[in-house]
Design a protein around this ligand. Structure first.
Ligand SMILES: Nc1ncnc2c1ncn2[C@@H]1O[C@H](COP(=O)(O)OP(=O)(O)O)[C@@H](O)[C@H]1O
Ligand SMILES: [Mg+2]
Length: 337
């Protein structure tokens, strides 16, 4: 009893010192360079940052899906206190889908082209025995319940005429529709964590809002924790509780979303905010000049220094430590020493 109670109090996910690399002919890509964060039950965390900052590599590391020869070289990933980096491949297969489900940017990497979409959703429901105590031999009533659940999921993610479309194959759907099916599959097994990598980028604004609303409902109803990777700070502001801003493989700033957006501490976060349209403001949009650094060849100092308006000589030579401030805020910048 005590053990159960204890596990309930643990954060659902605790990542510390996580480092992931990809050896390439050009050298080693240091995609994730020691990230730390905690996801409490029911948290919705946004991971934001420009393309190439290591957001996808971070999520794939958590799922232990980094493609060979890429590898996690250091750190710890604890799911409800259990170290995932010590799990066998078979144990990890059990975790994926059941405890943690990922919604990818590209739906075709996950959907099986040979099966009807309804079957793919049913399979997810059955694998995890979520419908009842009869996962192997479904009773007729259970079958009907399952069919109803598949229809409900398809309807929830905004697929019109689910009673016909559940019989179709992935290629018969548009990219946006495929993405909604993926989200239905992820939601079907009611995981404890949903890792969503730019899940709505391919969708138009109205559908995007529906999908995010749906995820929010799941979060509220079941206490599902969510990590949402997005480059859209507007989405992050509306949908998330916390934010982690990633730059060059590191989390350079984190905290409650309102704090981070209303008083950004890191010059990179400030730059990101200047580069997006803000409601009620007519300020000119100013893109951050320069490019994200080459992750095979990083300078010894702050990786943002070459693009930073406020950098001084120190910044180019010495890596800034993580500074912990009040209110759960953290920043990696010499200006806040
Ligand atoms: N399979 C791979 N092989 C080699 N390099 C990779 C691979 N996947 C990602 N990278 C590199 O890792 C870095 C981080 O990529 P990624 O996590 O996809 O960034 P983001 O999701 O923030 O756009 C980039 O420099 C990217 O080129
Ligand atoms: Mg990505």
């Amino acid at each position: 009893m005590d053990a159960v109670k204890k596990s309930e109090e643990l954060p659902v996910l605790q990542v510390s010192g996580l480092k992931t690399e990809f050896p390439t002919p050009r050298g080693i890509v240091h995609a994730v360079r020691g990230i730390d964060f905690t996801l409490e039950k029911g948290d919705i965390l946004a991971i934001v940052g420009e393309s190439g900052c290591g957001k996808s590599a971070s999520l794939l590391s958590i799922m232990r899906l980094i493609p060979h020869p890429g590898r996690i070289v250091e750190g710890s990933i604890k799911f409800e206190g259990k170290e995932l980096l010590r799990f066998s491949k078979a144990e990890m297969r059990g975790v994926r889908g059941k405890d943690m489900a990922m919604v990818f940017q590209d739906p075709m990497t996950t959907l099986n082209p040979a099966y009807r979409v309804g079957e793919q959703i049913s399979e997810s429901l059955q694998v995890h025995g979520l419908l009842s105590g009869f996962p192997k031999r479904l009773l007729r009533r259970e079958r009907e319940k399952e069919r109803a659940k598949v229809m409900e999921l398809l309807r929830q993610v905004g697929i019109p005429s689910p009673e016909h479309r559940h019989l179709e194959y992935p290629y018969q759907f548009s990219g946006g529709m495929q993405q909604r099916i993926l989200i239905a599959i992820a939601l079907a097994c009611r995981p404890k964590i949903i890792l969503a990598d730019e899940p709505t980028t391919a969708l138009d604004v109205t559908v995007q809002a529906q999908v995010l609303d749906l995820m929010q409902e799941i979060n509220e109803e079941f206490g599902t924790s969510i990590i949402l990777v997005t480059h859209d700070l507007g989405v992050a502001a509306e949908f998330c509780d916390k934010a982690a801003v990633m730059y060059a493989g590191q989390i350079v700033e984190s905290g409650n979303i309102e704090d981070v957006l209303s008083s950004p501490l890191h010059p990179y976060t400030q730059g990101l905010l200047r580069s997006i349209p803000q409601i009620g403001q007519r300020n000119e949009l100013i893109p951050i000049e320069g490019d994200v650094p080459d992750l095979t060849d990083l300078s010894p100092g702050c990786s943002f220094a070459p693009r930073c308006r406020d950098a001084y000589s120190y910044c180019n030579n010495i890596e800034p430590p993580l500074i912990v401030l009040d209110n759960g805020r953290e920043v990696r910048c010499h200006l806040h020493m």
